[in-house]
Design a protein around this ligand. Structure first.
Ligand SMILES: NC(=O)c1ccc[n+]([C@@H]2O[C@H](COP(=O)([O-])OP(=O)(O)OC[C@H]3O[C@@H](n4cnc5c(N)ncnc54)[C@H](OP(=O)(O)O)[C@@H]3O)[C@@H](O)[C@H]2O)c1
Length: 163
């Protein structure tokens, strides 16, 4: 099973200057909870945005066109086909965690969407690609808690591809 896990603002913004545009620990916790159920796949730029990679206790597949690229603890792949082939050795879900190019690459294969919507408008440069939500049904929705550490109103949503 292939999933997407991401957070977007009310305009579909997901990134700014190679980083997240917001600070929302509750979403980081949600991201961790979901992705620990499987392995993760990401683009090389998203890898660069992670402090102290790899993400622990998950196989980290990273897509790059750079044949010379290597990094400890990370499984480097140079094509979608290679990534799918290697990840298929496991029964666990493959969680695609961005960025835009990875979401585009797996758009036709994705089975589930874990989307966090942050109900504000931020500045940035990277947007989630168009997803045809008519092909998915919303199966779970939960409002996040706003508090001292999580100042942005947000909602966690889970979509499943319709059969
Ligand atoms: N809000 C969220 O949930 C979320 C999630 C993820 C990322 N982000 C944000 O998004 C931004 C980074 O995302 P991005 O979209 O700019 O980059 P990205 O998708 O993470 O990485 C792009 C890189 O992936 C490699 N790549 C892409 N498609 C490939 C293919 N078909 N075959 C081989 N290699 C391929 C290339 O690496 P090489 O250049 O090495 O060849 C390309 O430059 C950051 O701001 C990050 O914080 C946000």
């Amino acid at each position: 099973m292939i999933t997407f896990v991401w957070a977007e603002d009310e305009n579909g913004l997901i990134g700014k200057d190679g980083e997240l545009p917001w600070h929302l620990p509750a979403d980081m916790a949600f991201f961790k909870e979901i992705t620990l159920t499987g392995d993760v796949a990401m683009g090389r730029k998203t890898l660069d945005s992670i402090p102290n990679p790899p993400l622990k206790n998950r196989v980290n597949y990273v897509l790059t066109r750079n044949e010379g690229f290597s990094q400890d603890g990370v499984e480097i792949c140079h094509s979608k086909e290679e990534l799918i082939e290697r990840a298929s050795a496991s029964d666990k879900p493959l969680h695609v965690i961005g960025g835009v190019s990875l979401f585009n690459v797996f758009l036709d294969e994705v089975d589930m969407l874990y989307r966090t919507v942050i109900h504000e408008s931020f500045e940035g440069d990277t947007y989630i690609p168009d997803i045809d939500y008519s092909q998915f049904e919303l199966v779970e929705e939960k409002e996040g808690t706003v508090d001292e550490k999580n100042r942005h109103s947000h909602t966690f949503q889970i979509f499943k591809r319709k059969q």
